[in-house]
Ligand binder design. Structure first.
Ligand code: ARG
Length: 457
Protein backbone atom coordinates (compact mmCIF):
# COMPACT_ATOMS: atom_id res chain seq x y z
CA UNK A 1 0.00 0.00 0.00
CA UNK A 2 1.19 3.51 -0.81
CA UNK A 3 2.34 5.24 2.37
CA UNK A 4 1.80 8.93 3.00
CA UNK A 5 5.25 9.09 4.46
CA UNK A 6 6.80 7.14 1.52
CA UNK A 7 8.88 10.13 0.34
CA UNK A 8 11.64 9.49 2.87
CA UNK A 9 11.85 5.71 2.30
CA UNK A 10 13.99 3.93 -0.25
CA UNK A 11 11.92 0.77 -0.17
CA UNK A 12 8.57 -0.68 0.81
CA UNK A 13 8.04 -1.72 4.42
CA UNK A 14 7.93 -5.42 5.09
CA UNK A 15 4.42 -6.89 5.08
CA UNK A 16 4.87 -8.24 8.57
CA UNK A 17 6.06 -4.82 9.74
CA UNK A 18 2.96 -3.23 8.20
CA UNK A 19 0.71 -5.63 10.03
CA UNK A 20 2.60 -5.18 13.27
CA UNK A 21 2.44 -1.41 12.97
CA UNK A 22 -1.21 -1.14 12.04
CA UNK A 23 -3.70 -0.12 14.71
CA UNK A 24 -6.76 0.31 12.51
CA UNK A 25 -8.41 -2.86 13.80
CA UNK A 26 -8.40 -1.25 17.23
CA UNK A 27 -8.70 2.50 16.57
CA UNK A 28 -11.22 2.12 13.72
CA UNK A 29 -13.96 2.44 16.30
CA UNK A 30 -13.02 6.14 16.70
CA UNK A 31 -13.89 7.02 13.10
CA UNK A 32 -16.69 9.38 14.12
CA UNK A 33 -14.50 11.30 16.55
CA UNK A 34 -11.68 11.42 14.01
CA UNK A 35 -13.99 12.95 11.42
CA UNK A 36 -15.58 15.36 13.89
CA UNK A 37 -12.10 16.55 14.93
CA UNK A 38 -11.09 17.00 11.30
CA UNK A 39 -14.19 19.04 10.45
CA UNK A 40 -13.44 21.40 13.35
CA UNK A 41 -9.80 21.61 12.25
CA UNK A 42 -10.75 22.44 8.64
CA UNK A 43 -13.15 25.15 9.78
CA UNK A 44 -10.42 26.63 11.94
CA UNK A 45 -7.96 26.58 9.03
CA UNK A 46 -10.49 28.43 6.88
CA UNK A 47 -11.34 30.90 9.65
CA UNK A 48 -7.64 31.71 9.99
CA UNK A 49 -7.21 32.11 6.23
CA UNK A 50 -4.92 29.07 5.94
CA UNK A 51 -7.24 27.34 3.45
CA UNK A 52 -9.96 28.92 1.32
CA UNK A 53 -13.67 28.70 2.17
CA UNK A 54 -14.19 26.59 -0.95
CA UNK A 55 -11.49 24.13 0.13
CA UNK A 56 -13.04 24.01 3.59
CA UNK A 57 -16.46 23.22 2.12
CA UNK A 58 -15.02 20.48 -0.05
CA UNK A 59 -13.18 18.97 2.92
CA UNK A 60 -16.16 19.13 5.27
CA UNK A 61 -18.61 17.74 2.70
CA UNK A 62 -16.14 15.00 1.85
CA UNK A 63 -15.65 14.11 5.51
CA UNK A 64 -19.39 14.07 6.20
CA UNK A 65 -19.88 11.81 3.20
CA UNK A 66 -17.26 9.42 4.55
CA UNK A 67 -18.95 9.42 7.94
CA UNK A 68 -22.35 8.68 6.42
CA UNK A 69 -20.90 5.88 4.30
CA UNK A 70 -19.11 4.21 7.23
CA UNK A 71 -22.26 4.54 9.33
CA UNK A 72 -24.42 2.95 6.65
CA UNK A 73 -21.91 0.19 5.96
CA UNK A 74 -21.30 1.39 2.39
CA UNK A 75 -17.66 2.12 3.16
CA UNK A 76 -15.60 -0.48 4.93
CA UNK A 77 -12.64 0.69 7.01
CA UNK A 78 -9.76 -1.01 5.26
CA UNK A 79 -7.83 -3.43 7.47
CA UNK A 80 -4.78 -2.58 5.33
CA UNK A 81 -4.72 1.02 6.59
CA UNK A 82 -2.09 2.04 9.11
CA UNK A 83 -4.63 3.63 11.40
CA UNK A 84 -8.00 5.37 11.28
CA UNK A 85 -6.41 8.80 10.75
CA UNK A 86 -4.52 7.67 7.64
CA UNK A 87 -7.58 5.84 6.37
CA UNK A 88 -9.90 8.86 6.60
CA UNK A 89 -7.36 11.23 5.07
CA UNK A 90 -6.57 8.89 2.18
CA UNK A 91 -10.26 8.30 1.51
CA UNK A 92 -10.92 12.05 1.59
CA UNK A 93 -8.19 12.75 -0.92
CA UNK A 94 -9.46 9.95 -3.14
CA UNK A 95 -12.89 11.57 -3.06
CA UNK A 96 -12.13 15.29 -3.35
CA UNK A 97 -8.59 15.47 -4.74
CA UNK A 98 -6.08 18.26 -3.97
CA UNK A 99 -8.10 20.01 -1.23
CA UNK A 100 -7.98 16.78 0.79
CA UNK A 101 -4.22 17.08 0.96
CA UNK A 102 -4.54 20.39 2.81
CA UNK A 103 -6.44 19.00 5.79
CA UNK A 104 -3.32 17.94 7.62
CA UNK A 105 -1.86 21.49 7.60
CA UNK A 106 -0.95 22.63 11.13
CA UNK A 107 -1.78 19.26 12.59
CA UNK A 108 -0.07 15.94 13.31
CA UNK A 109 -1.39 12.50 14.01
CA UNK A 110 0.04 13.00 17.48
CA UNK A 111 -2.45 15.68 18.45
CA UNK A 112 -5.11 14.07 16.26
CA UNK A 113 -5.04 10.75 18.08
CA UNK A 114 -5.00 12.50 21.46
CA UNK A 115 -8.07 14.50 20.52
CA UNK A 116 -9.89 11.45 19.15
CA UNK A 117 -9.26 9.49 22.33
CA UNK A 118 -10.52 12.29 24.55
CA UNK A 119 -13.66 12.74 22.48
CA UNK A 120 -14.30 9.02 22.36
CA UNK A 121 -13.72 8.40 26.06
CA UNK A 122 -15.79 11.41 27.04
CA UNK A 123 -18.77 9.87 25.25
CA UNK A 124 -18.17 6.34 26.42
CA UNK A 125 -17.73 7.47 30.00
CA UNK A 126 -21.26 8.84 29.86
CA UNK A 127 -22.41 5.39 28.75
CA UNK A 128 -20.64 3.76 31.70
CA UNK A 129 -22.20 6.23 34.13
CA UNK A 130 -25.65 5.52 32.63
CA UNK A 131 -25.07 1.79 33.13
CA UNK A 132 -23.96 2.39 36.72
CA UNK A 133 -27.22 4.27 37.25
CA UNK A 134 -29.23 1.32 35.95
CA UNK A 135 -27.49 -0.95 38.42
CA UNK A 136 -27.99 1.50 41.28
CA UNK A 137 -31.69 1.75 40.36
CA UNK A 138 -31.98 -2.04 40.60
CA UNK A 139 -30.23 -2.00 43.99
CA UNK A 140 -32.47 0.82 45.27
CA UNK A 141 -35.60 -1.10 44.27
CA UNK A 142 -34.31 -4.26 45.96
CA UNK A 143 -33.48 -2.21 49.06
CA UNK A 144 -37.06 -0.89 49.23
CA UNK A 145 -38.31 -4.46 48.93
CA UNK A 146 -36.08 -5.74 51.76
CA UNK A 147 -35.99 -2.80 54.13
CA UNK A 148 -37.51 -4.87 56.93
CA UNK A 149 -35.98 -8.25 56.11
CA UNK A 150 -33.84 -9.09 59.15
CA UNK A 151 -30.60 -10.77 58.17
CA UNK A 152 -27.27 -11.55 59.77
CA UNK A 153 -24.33 -9.32 58.92
CA UNK A 154 -20.84 -10.72 59.07
CA UNK A 155 -17.29 -9.94 59.99
CA UNK A 156 -14.67 -12.59 59.15
CA UNK A 157 -17.63 -14.33 57.50
CA UNK A 158 -18.84 -15.13 61.04
CA UNK A 159 -22.30 -13.99 62.06
CA UNK A 160 -21.80 -10.65 63.76
CA UNK A 161 -24.89 -8.46 64.21
CA UNK A 162 -28.41 -8.34 62.85
CA UNK A 163 -29.22 -5.85 60.08
CA UNK A 164 -31.93 -5.39 57.53
CA UNK A 165 -30.90 -6.88 54.20
CA UNK A 166 -31.48 -3.52 52.50
CA UNK A 167 -28.66 -2.03 54.57
CA UNK A 168 -26.13 -4.42 53.05
CA UNK A 169 -27.44 -3.81 49.53
CA UNK A 170 -27.24 -0.07 50.05
CA UNK A 171 -23.58 -0.37 51.01
CA UNK A 172 -22.99 -1.45 47.40
CA UNK A 173 -25.12 1.41 46.09
CA UNK A 174 -22.80 3.85 47.92
CA UNK A 175 -19.76 2.34 46.18
CA UNK A 176 -21.32 2.69 42.75
CA UNK A 177 -22.40 6.26 43.42
CA UNK A 178 -18.76 7.06 44.23
CA UNK A 179 -17.64 5.21 41.09
CA UNK A 180 -19.83 7.42 38.94
CA UNK A 181 -18.33 10.45 40.68
CA UNK A 182 -14.80 9.24 39.97
CA UNK A 183 -15.56 8.73 36.28
CA UNK A 184 -17.13 12.19 36.04
CA UNK A 185 -14.08 13.70 37.75
CA UNK A 186 -11.77 12.02 35.25
CA UNK A 187 -13.88 13.31 32.38
CA UNK A 188 -13.77 16.83 33.77
CA UNK A 189 -9.98 16.74 33.87
CA UNK A 190 -9.62 15.18 30.42
CA UNK A 191 -11.80 17.83 28.82
CA UNK A 192 -8.94 19.93 27.43
CA UNK A 193 -8.11 20.02 23.76
CA UNK A 194 -4.69 18.88 22.58
CA UNK A 195 -5.61 19.76 18.97
CA UNK A 196 -3.12 22.19 17.51
CA UNK A 197 -0.23 20.91 19.63
CA UNK A 198 0.81 19.39 16.29
CA UNK A 199 3.79 17.02 16.37
CA UNK A 200 4.94 18.39 19.74
CA UNK A 201 6.12 21.99 19.49
CA UNK A 202 3.11 23.81 18.08
CA UNK A 203 3.13 25.33 14.62
CA UNK A 204 4.33 28.31 12.62
CA UNK A 205 0.83 29.00 11.28
CA UNK A 206 -1.44 31.47 13.03
CA UNK A 207 -3.99 28.93 14.20
CA UNK A 208 -6.86 29.31 16.64
CA UNK A 209 -6.81 26.51 19.16
CA UNK A 210 -9.54 28.05 21.24
CA UNK A 211 -11.90 27.85 18.26
CA UNK A 212 -11.37 24.10 17.78
CA UNK A 213 -11.48 23.49 21.53
CA UNK A 214 -14.86 25.21 21.87
CA UNK A 215 -16.22 23.64 18.69
CA UNK A 216 -15.41 20.20 20.05
CA UNK A 217 -16.95 20.89 23.45
CA UNK A 218 -13.68 21.14 25.37
CA UNK A 219 -13.26 23.60 28.22
CA UNK A 220 -10.21 25.06 26.50
CA UNK A 221 -6.91 24.20 24.83
CA UNK A 222 -4.19 22.48 26.86
CA UNK A 223 -1.38 24.87 27.75
CA UNK A 224 1.70 22.86 26.84
CA UNK A 225 1.96 21.28 23.40
CA UNK A 226 4.44 18.60 24.52
CA UNK A 227 2.07 17.60 27.31
CA UNK A 228 -0.81 17.80 24.84
CA UNK A 229 0.58 15.01 22.68
CA UNK A 230 2.19 12.85 25.34
CA UNK A 231 -0.31 12.95 28.19
CA UNK A 232 -2.27 9.76 28.77
CA UNK A 233 -3.17 10.48 32.40
CA UNK A 234 -6.80 10.49 31.38
CA UNK A 235 -6.48 6.87 30.24
CA UNK A 236 -4.90 5.87 33.54
CA UNK A 237 -7.52 7.76 35.54
CA UNK A 238 -10.39 6.15 33.69
CA UNK A 239 -8.78 2.73 33.89
CA UNK A 240 -8.38 3.12 37.65
CA UNK A 241 -11.99 4.17 37.97
CA UNK A 242 -13.02 1.14 35.89
CA UNK A 243 -10.79 -1.15 37.96
CA UNK A 244 -12.55 0.05 41.10
CA UNK A 245 -15.98 -0.48 39.52
CA UNK A 246 -14.85 -4.04 38.87
CA UNK A 247 -13.63 -4.44 42.47
CA UNK A 248 -17.07 -3.44 43.69
CA UNK A 249 -18.85 -5.66 41.18
CA UNK A 250 -16.59 -8.53 42.12
CA UNK A 251 -17.24 -8.21 45.87
CA UNK A 252 -20.96 -7.98 45.16
CA UNK A 253 -20.71 -10.98 42.82
CA UNK A 254 -18.99 -12.97 45.55
CA UNK A 255 -21.82 -12.22 47.97
CA UNK A 256 -24.48 -13.11 45.40
CA UNK A 257 -22.68 -16.41 44.87
CA UNK A 258 -22.64 -17.09 48.61
CA UNK A 259 -26.22 -15.93 49.16
CA UNK A 260 -27.52 -18.17 46.38
CA UNK A 261 -25.75 -21.28 47.71
CA UNK A 262 -27.82 -23.92 49.54
CA UNK A 263 -25.83 -23.18 52.67
CA UNK A 264 -27.05 -19.57 52.80
CA UNK A 265 -30.15 -19.60 50.56
CA UNK A 266 -30.71 -15.88 51.22
CA UNK A 267 -31.58 -15.23 47.59
CA UNK A 268 -32.65 -17.15 44.55
CA UNK A 269 -31.34 -15.98 41.21
CA UNK A 270 -33.71 -15.87 38.28
CA UNK A 271 -33.34 -18.77 35.84
CA UNK A 272 -32.58 -16.25 33.12
CA UNK A 273 -29.26 -15.45 34.82
CA UNK A 274 -28.11 -18.89 35.89
CA UNK A 275 -26.98 -22.01 34.07
CA UNK A 276 -27.27 -25.73 34.66
CA UNK A 277 -24.70 -28.47 34.80
CA UNK A 278 -24.08 -30.92 31.98
CA UNK A 279 -24.07 -33.80 34.47
CA UNK A 280 -25.67 -32.77 37.78
CA UNK A 281 -29.39 -32.25 37.20
CA UNK A 282 -29.96 -30.35 40.46
CA UNK A 283 -27.47 -27.58 39.69
CA UNK A 284 -28.30 -23.93 39.24
CA UNK A 285 -25.05 -22.10 38.85
CA UNK A 286 -24.48 -18.36 39.33
CA UNK A 287 -22.30 -18.13 36.20
CA UNK A 288 -22.98 -14.46 35.50
CA UNK A 289 -21.75 -13.42 38.93
CA UNK A 290 -18.75 -15.74 38.63
CA UNK A 291 -17.82 -14.34 35.24
CA UNK A 292 -17.99 -10.80 36.54
CA UNK A 293 -15.70 -11.82 39.40
CA UNK A 294 -13.40 -13.49 36.88
CA UNK A 295 -13.29 -10.60 34.44
CA UNK A 296 -12.15 -8.23 37.16
CA UNK A 297 -8.61 -9.51 36.69
CA UNK A 298 -8.60 -8.44 33.04
CA UNK A 299 -9.44 -4.87 33.92
CA UNK A 300 -6.73 -4.76 36.60
CA UNK A 301 -4.39 -6.11 33.92
CA UNK A 302 -5.40 -3.33 31.54
CA UNK A 303 -4.62 -0.70 34.17
CA UNK A 304 -1.22 -2.17 34.95
CA UNK A 305 -0.44 -2.53 31.23
CA UNK A 306 -1.25 1.15 30.63
CA UNK A 307 0.86 2.35 33.54
CA UNK A 308 3.72 0.17 32.36
CA UNK A 309 3.54 1.47 28.80
CA UNK A 310 3.98 5.01 30.10
CA UNK A 311 6.55 4.58 32.83
CA UNK A 312 9.73 4.71 30.79
CA UNK A 313 8.65 6.90 27.89
CA UNK A 314 10.68 10.00 27.11
CA UNK A 315 8.64 12.96 25.86
CA UNK A 316 6.93 13.42 23.55
CA UNK A 317 5.08 10.89 21.35
CA UNK A 318 6.43 7.34 21.07
CA UNK A 319 4.76 4.55 19.19
CA UNK A 320 4.41 2.60 22.43
CA UNK A 321 1.50 4.91 23.11
CA UNK A 322 -0.53 3.23 20.39
CA UNK A 323 -0.96 0.44 22.95
CA UNK A 324 -3.13 2.73 25.09
CA UNK A 325 -6.22 1.93 23.05
CA UNK A 326 -6.21 -1.83 23.50
CA UNK A 327 -6.00 -1.41 27.27
CA UNK A 328 -8.63 1.27 27.57
CA UNK A 329 -11.08 -0.27 25.08
CA UNK A 330 -10.81 -3.73 26.61
CA UNK A 331 -11.47 -2.32 30.08
CA UNK A 332 -14.32 -0.19 28.78
CA UNK A 333 -15.98 -3.10 26.97
CA UNK A 334 -15.56 -5.39 29.96
CA UNK A 335 -16.92 -2.93 32.48
CA UNK A 336 -19.94 -2.20 30.24
CA UNK A 337 -20.74 -5.88 29.73
CA UNK A 338 -20.46 -6.60 33.44
CA UNK A 339 -22.68 -3.68 34.45
CA UNK A 340 -25.18 -4.62 31.78
CA UNK A 341 -25.60 -8.15 33.06
CA UNK A 342 -25.44 -7.29 36.75
CA UNK A 343 -28.37 -4.86 36.81
CA UNK A 344 -31.07 -7.28 35.61
CA UNK A 345 -29.53 -10.09 37.66
CA UNK A 346 -30.03 -8.00 40.80
CA UNK A 347 -33.43 -6.71 39.69
CA UNK A 348 -34.77 -10.27 39.26
CA UNK A 349 -33.07 -11.80 42.31
CA UNK A 350 -35.57 -13.07 44.91
CA UNK A 351 -34.55 -12.47 48.52
CA UNK A 352 -35.79 -15.15 50.96
CA UNK A 353 -37.02 -13.41 54.09
CA UNK A 354 -37.51 -16.59 56.17
CA UNK A 355 -34.09 -18.01 55.49
CA UNK A 356 -32.38 -14.76 56.39
CA UNK A 357 -34.32 -14.48 59.61
CA UNK A 358 -33.56 -18.10 60.50
CA UNK A 359 -29.85 -17.54 59.92
CA UNK A 360 -30.00 -14.36 62.00
CA UNK A 361 -31.54 -16.36 64.87
CA UNK A 362 -28.43 -18.50 65.20
CA UNK A 363 -24.91 -17.53 66.09
CA UNK A 364 -25.66 -15.20 69.04
CA UNK A 365 -25.76 -12.12 66.85
CA UNK A 366 -27.69 -10.31 69.58
CA UNK A 367 -24.84 -10.73 72.09
CA UNK A 368 -23.75 -7.08 71.66
CA UNK A 369 -27.31 -6.03 72.41
CA UNK A 370 -27.33 -8.16 75.55
CA UNK A 371 -24.17 -6.39 76.69
CA UNK A 372 -25.77 -3.01 75.86
CA UNK A 373 -28.77 -4.09 77.99
CA UNK A 374 -26.51 -4.56 81.01
CA UNK A 375 -24.84 -1.23 80.29
CA UNK A 376 -28.30 0.32 80.35
CA UNK A 377 -28.68 -1.13 83.86
CA UNK A 378 -25.51 0.59 84.99
CA UNK A 379 -22.81 -2.02 84.32
CA UNK A 380 -19.60 -0.73 82.65
CA UNK A 381 -19.34 -1.97 79.04
CA UNK A 382 -16.18 -4.04 79.52
CA UNK A 383 -17.72 -5.90 82.49
CA UNK A 384 -20.93 -6.43 80.53
CA UNK A 385 -18.91 -7.76 77.59
CA UNK A 386 -17.20 -10.34 79.86
CA UNK A 387 -20.45 -11.37 81.48
CA UNK A 388 -22.13 -11.92 78.10
CA UNK A 389 -19.13 -13.92 76.92
CA UNK A 390 -19.69 -16.30 79.84
CA UNK A 391 -23.43 -16.45 79.11
CA UNK A 392 -22.74 -17.37 75.46
CA UNK A 393 -20.38 -20.14 76.58
CA UNK A 394 -23.10 -21.45 78.90
CA UNK A 395 -25.67 -21.35 76.07
CA UNK A 396 -23.34 -23.37 73.87
CA UNK A 397 -23.03 -26.00 76.63
CA UNK A 398 -26.80 -26.09 77.04
CA UNK A 399 -27.51 -26.03 73.31
CA UNK A 400 -29.68 -22.92 73.73
CA UNK A 401 -29.89 -19.47 72.15
CA UNK A 402 -29.84 -16.27 74.24
CA UNK A 403 -33.61 -15.99 73.81
CA UNK A 404 -34.10 -19.51 75.17
CA UNK A 405 -32.18 -18.99 78.44
CA UNK A 406 -34.52 -18.70 81.45
CA UNK A 407 -34.51 -15.73 83.77
CA UNK A 408 -33.13 -17.97 86.56
CA UNK A 409 -30.28 -18.96 84.30
CA UNK A 410 -29.61 -15.28 83.55
CA UNK A 411 -29.76 -14.42 87.26
CA UNK A 412 -26.80 -16.69 87.92
CA UNK A 413 -24.63 -14.24 85.96
CA UNK A 414 -25.95 -10.90 87.25
CA UNK A 415 -28.71 -9.51 89.41
CA UNK A 416 -29.34 -6.81 86.82
CA UNK A 417 -31.37 -9.09 84.55
CA UNK A 418 -35.13 -8.61 84.50
CA UNK A 419 -38.07 -9.66 82.33
CA UNK A 420 -37.33 -6.89 79.87
CA UNK A 421 -34.20 -8.72 78.70
CA UNK A 422 -36.17 -10.72 76.12
CA UNK A 423 -37.51 -7.61 74.41
CA UNK A 424 -34.04 -6.11 74.43
CA UNK A 425 -32.52 -9.01 72.52
CA UNK A 426 -35.32 -9.71 70.05
CA UNK A 427 -33.81 -9.43 66.60
CA UNK A 428 -36.29 -6.86 65.43
CA UNK A 429 -35.55 -4.68 68.45
CA UNK A 430 -31.81 -5.10 67.87
CA UNK A 431 -32.24 -3.76 64.36
CA UNK A 432 -34.67 -0.96 65.08
CA UNK A 433 -32.62 0.30 68.00
CA UNK A 434 -29.59 0.87 65.73
CA UNK A 435 -30.64 4.49 65.47
CA UNK A 436 -27.21 6.03 64.98
CA UNK A 437 -26.62 7.92 61.76
CA UNK A 438 -25.78 5.50 58.95
CA UNK A 439 -26.91 2.53 61.06
CA UNK A 440 -29.34 -0.21 60.11
CA UNK A 441 -32.36 1.40 61.85
CA UNK A 442 -35.38 2.25 59.72
CA UNK A 443 -34.85 6.02 59.52
CA UNK A 444 -31.26 5.64 58.40
CA UNK A 445 -32.16 3.03 55.79
CA UNK A 446 -34.88 5.29 54.44
CA UNK A 447 -32.43 8.19 54.29
CA UNK A 448 -29.99 6.06 52.34
CA UNK A 449 -32.63 4.97 49.86
CA UNK A 450 -33.61 8.61 49.35
CA UNK A 451 -29.97 9.58 48.81
CA UNK A 452 -29.53 6.87 46.21
CA UNK A 453 -32.78 7.81 44.49
CA UNK A 454 -31.56 11.40 44.45
CA UNK A 455 -28.42 10.28 42.64
CA UNK A 456 -30.63 8.61 40.04
CA UNK A 457 -32.35 11.96 39.48
N1 ARG B 1 -1.90 5.10 15.40
C1 ARG B 1 -1.11 6.03 16.17
C2 ARG B 1 -1.43 5.86 17.64
O1 ARG B 1 -2.44 5.38 17.93
C3 ARG B 1 -1.38 7.43 15.75
C4 ARG B 1 -0.31 8.38 16.06
C5 ARG B 1 0.85 8.11 15.17
N2 ARG B 1 1.87 9.08 15.29
C6 ARG B 1 3.11 8.88 14.85
N3 ARG B 1 3.97 9.81 15.04
N4 ARG B 1 3.47 7.75 14.29
O2 ARG B 1 -0.68 6.21 18.50
Amino acid sequence: MNKMWAGRSRKETDKLADEFNSSVAVDGRMYRQDITGSVAHAEMLAGCGIITPAECDAICDGLKGILADIDSGKLEISPEAEDIHMFVEAELTARIGEAGKKLHTARSRNDQVAVDMRLYLREESATVVALIKKLVAAIAAKARETKDYVAPAYTHLQRAQPIVFAHQLLAYAMMFVRDAGRINDAVRRMNESPLGSCALAGTTYRTDRTFTAKKLGFDGACLNSIDGVSDRDFCVELLSAFALVMTHLSRFAEEVILWSSWEFAFVELDDAYTTGSSIMPQKKNPDMAELVRGKTGRVYGDLVAMLTVLKGLPLAYNKDMQEDKECVFDALDTVCKCLEIFAPMIATMKPNRDNMLRAAGKGFINATDLADYLVGKGMPFRTAYNTVGKIVARCIDLGKTLEELSLEEYAAFSDKFGDDVYDAISLRACVSRRISEGGTGAASVEKQIRFVEGFLG
